[in-house]
Design a protein around this ligand. Structure first.
Ligand code: NAI
Ligand code: 15L
Length: 258
């Protein structure tokens, strides 16, 4: 049984993982800026508050770091929650001797990667952020690399596609990460030996996938779901992807136009 700090526990992914991670043997300490529904013991603090972050991290075996702004925003807001917040998290982890972080990165760290090049897109493509939000994920991945090399703190950075209960658009038929596969991948990232800093693409076994899952599978991830099960309904509602649209041409889709 490991004790894991889950930041961003009030959010969409946090709410799903709260239910799905404990059966894998992980005990959770929940944290968010906002109150967490039905969890009176959850910690409430801003990730940029160094003392609060350090107290939250004390005594845990690992951190699943979901907290932060999850869409495009002003640079000031992104800098506060995602850049300062992630820095404070890693400083606390270093000071308290925590060995492992699973970092919720995003496809938007590489969102300007074209989809007309070599497919599937590998996890070692160069950074090509599509927003200030994506830029903050590049920062998070680089911070994880620095703390792995300098202090031996291990991180798996998950470049998540689209993690929702069901895919919501034609693009998500390629980018969906189901809740169950998210939990499988986070568990693999928490337990695989010797990860140093590893970046993996994080989607389900989608028939229309654009992303290579080799590095995720090397951690022991075996996805069970495929967005294709929803294709009939999604395509009847929205039609096929327009090949000229940003969603069809670039990995980050419409974020590249924001
Ligand atoms: P969300 O917006 O539902 O949850 C994020 C949580 O972080 C919120 O509950 C919010 O209160 C908290 N938060 C924001 N700023 C904070 C701060 N300064 N201090 C403390 N807590 C703060 O987002 P979601 O969808 O659950 O995503 C979770 C993580 O996964 C995010 O880091 C997001 O960037 C990443 N991700 C999510 C994807 C998805 O499809 N849901 C895709 C790619 C990445
Ligand atoms: C993300 O990084 C966002 O947090 C999420 O809300 C989705 O929009 C997702 O990417 C996506 O690309 O679908």
């Amino acid at each position: 049984m490991t004790l894991v700090l889950l930041t961003g526990a009030a959010g969409g992914v946090g709410t799903m993982l709260r239910e799905l991670l404990p059966p894998y043997g992980h005990r959770l300490r929940l944290a968010d800026l906002k109150p967490v529904a039905d969890a009176p013991d959850a910690l409430a603090f801003d990730l940029a508050d160094a003392d609060a972050v350090r107290a939250a991290v004390r005594g845990v075996d690992a951190v699943v770091h979901l907290g932060g702004i999850a869409l495009e925003d002003t640079f000031a807001n992104i800098a506060h929650s995602n850049i300062e917040g992630t820095y404070q998290l890693y400083e606390a982890v270093r000071a308290e001797g925590v060995r492992r972080v699973v970092f919720a990165s995003s496809n938007h760290a590489v969102g300007f990667t074209p989809l007309h090049g070599e497919l599937p897109v590998r996890a070692d493509v160069p950074p090509r952020p599509d927003t200030y939000y994506g830029l903050s994920k590049v920062f998070g991945e680089s911070l994880a690399s620095l703390y792995a090399d300098k202090y031996g703190i291990e991180t798996v950075s998950l470049r998540i596609g689209s993690c929702f209960p069901e895919p919501r658009s034609p693009r998500m038929l390629s980018t969906w990460l189901s809740p169950g596969d998210c939990a499988r991948l986070v568990h693999a990232a928490l337990t695989a030996p010797g990860v140093g800093h590893t970046v993996v693409n994080a989607i389900s076994a989608n028939t229309r996938a654009w992303w290579d899952l080799g590095p995720a599978r090397a951690l022991g991830y075996e996805p069970q779901d495929d967005a294709e099960a929803y294709a009939g309904r999604i395509l009847a509602e929205h039609g096929e992807l327009d090949p000229e649209s940003a969603d069809a041409r670039l990995l980050g889709g419409y974020f590249t136009t924001l």
